[in-house]
Design a protein around this ligand. Structure first.
Ligand code: FAD
Length: 547
């Protein structure tokens, strides 16, 4: 097959236009073209009056070698790469010990799936409940202001991204095409086929629920075991005379011990108690930068109009997204994060008496508002003072402080504090909503958000919002709504690992995914799960960690 890239066609091109473009590009007459598939379809909306579709195509031709020779200097005509997934190992017939995976978010799900597919029959533990029961608990906070600390937006089957927009793109380097394996497995589990070729695929929350269930069934059918409401509260570590450490297993909240020399740690960024436990047990970790801020909500129509102009509403374009960044006078950077077109702002706390925001949407993305986090990057030196013991966990102390402030300012009933953008920029408290109604459930309380984040973050966001208005007309509209606080943008710690994907000082512990600081988002967490499963397989089979 030959891969053609950068094939540009008008948004409303005729059905046969792709074939005509291939023939024109490769100088093929009537014959020679045996077939083609669309590998990727994106769009270029820089000229709103002339939005173009951009295709990457895999083309089957009669004379492949001849054409590749003829276009040897054209970077847009290349052999199609082999993106099929190849297992690195198979479990030995006499597998002595089953690997354990802690956490059934995207990282643990893919680590578990891959280990099961390779025959290692993993035991997968999650502190939360199976996804249907978890959905009831999560809605309990949104509808009845009742938070379940072990079953919520962060904890339970499917992990943090289950109640999400289900965006499936990432900027990670992926030379082995593991992202393709993730998308292929998602489609097998019920995701729409189009995620294989649209440039910014998303699934939406309803489908994610059924997909996660289907993947659970696959893992179990392959001999894996999945246990819910089984929180890991401790790890068993042997320390040799020379100080080297080997993980031997885990202790569950019930007191039960499970022994294994291979444990994948895929606990996500909200497993604060687990981070403290691992730190107490001497597992090496470092503080890491993350971001704090608010969710902003605008009418989706404003974003569509600004992005697509007369083509707003076109079926192939869908609801428009955005990505914004502003470098502030005080040296901080403010950027948009986890933008959810046509979605809702959700209550994402996992600890009592704290308020955290995030965003989600359905596949159709047809809710009235667009939302995104507007956050300021912070460094370990910004939060070191929150824990004077010098602990790498100081970022958690800052997160907790901000989330508690938001709970207080929201009225202590899980309402979130909110303010109109116009009032926030002027520094005056909000008292009435304008044209934008907030979507956050169980509700918001209008106030002055200035006290909920550190002064440097407030100053930076105040400066950034009008600057964003210059990029998206209407972004700074007075009635747009800010809801706080956004603190779980990424993990506040990194649990470092070596080239064998094992903890720097605890052999047998495989830190993985977002919680360990190795992923940010569903796709990258899932890809990291695959990489770590491969590392576990190599380690069990005694083969070199470098593939
Ligand atoms: P998680 O998904 O956090 O999974 C960790 C799992 O570990 C949880 O199920 C938890 O219950 C379990 N666990 C924790 N501690 C223990 C313990 N001690 N014992 C046993 N189990 C434990 N990303 C995107 O790419 N696109 C999006 O559209 C998107 N939207 C989001 C919307 C929301 C509301 C949220 C909260 C997140 C969103 N994200 C999105 C981020 C994405 O969900 C995460 O990046 C991703 O889920 C991280 O995967 P993970 O497997 O590393 O961790």
């Amino acid at each position: 097959m030959i891969r053609l890239t950068d094939i540009k066609l008008p948004l409303d091109h005729a059905e046969g236009a792709i074939e005509a473009a291939i023939r024109a590009k490769l100088g093929l007459g009537k014959g020679g073209l045996l077939g083609f598939t669309v590998f990727r379809r994106g769009h270029d909306a820089r000229k709103r009056g002339n939005i173009l579709l951009i295709y990457t195509l895999d083309v089957k031709v009669a004379d492949e070698a001849g054409l590749l020779k003829r276009y040897a200097d054209d970077k847009h005509v290349q052999p199609s790469p082999d993106t099929s997934y190849k297992f690195v190992a198979q479990a030995p017939a006499d597998l002595a010990q089953r690997p354990i995976v802690i956490g059934l978010g995207p990282c643990g799900l893919f680590a578990g799936l891959l280990l099961a597919q390779m025959g290692y029959r993993p035991i997968i533990l999650d502190r939360g409940k199976a996804v249907r029961e978890r959905t009831v608990d999560t809605w309990g906070l949104w509808r009845k202001r009742k938070l379940e600390p072990e079953s919520n937006v962060q904890f339970g089957e499917g992990g943090a991204g289950t109640f999400s927009d289900g965006k499936l793109y990432s900027q990670i380097s992926d030379p082995l095409h593991h992202g393709r394996k993730v998308l292929t497995e998602f489609v097998k589990a019920g995701a729409p086929e189009e995620i294989m070729y649209v440039s910014k695929p998303h699934i939406g929350t309803f489908r994610l629920v059924t997909m996660v269930e289907s993947m659970r069934e696959t893992i179990e059918a392959l001999g894996g075991e999945i246990r819910f409401t089984q929180r890991v509260d401790d790890v068993l570590v042997d320390t040799a005379e020379d100080g080297s450490r080997q993980l031997r297993g885990v202790t569950l909240a019930s007191g039960e011990q499970l022994l294994s020399d291979h444990v994948v740690l895929a606990v996500g960024h909200s497993a604060r108690d687990t981070f403290f436990m691992l730190h107490d047990r001497g597992v090496y970790m470092e503080a890491k930068p993350f971001s704090i801020g608010f969710r902003v909500e605008h009418p989706q129509s404003i974003i569509d109009q600004a992005r697509f102009g007369p083509q707003a509403g076109h079926a192939l374009l869908g609801a428009a997204d955005y990505k914004l960044v502003h470098h502030c006078k005080n040296g901080r950077s403010v950027y948009s994060f986890c933008m959810c077109p046509g979605g809702t702002v959700v209550a994402a706390a996992s600890e009592p008496e704290r308020v955290v925001t995030n965003g989600m949407s359905q596949y159709s993305r047809n809710e009235r508002n667009a939302n995104a986090a507007i956050v300021v990057g912070i460094e370990p030196e910004d939060f070191a003072a929150f824990d004077d013991s010098g602990s790498p966990l100081a970022g958690i102390a800052l997160q907790r402080d901000l989330e508690s402030r938001a709970y207080e300012l929201g009225g202590r009933d899980y309402s979130a504090p909110a303010q109109l953008v116009g009032d926030f920029v002027k520094g005056t408290p909000s008292t009435d909503f304008g044209s934008v109604q907030p979507s956050y459930k169980p509700g918001v309380r209008l106030t002055d958000l200035a006290s909920v984040l550190p002064g440097y973050a407030i100053d930076a966001i105040r400066e950034a919002l009008p600057a964003f208005d210059r990029q998206i007309k209407g972004f700074g509209m007075h009635d747009a709504i800010l809801t706080g606080v956004e603190t779980r943008t990424s993990s506040p710690v990194r649990i470092r690992r070596n080239e064998a994907y094992q903890s720097l000082n605890t052999r047998g512990l495989f830190p993985a995914g977002e919680g360990a600081g190795y992923a940010g988002g569903i796709l990258s967490a899932a890809v990291d799960g695959i990489r770590v499963a491969e590392a576990v397989a190599r380690s069990i089979n005694g083969i070199s960690p470098i593939g």
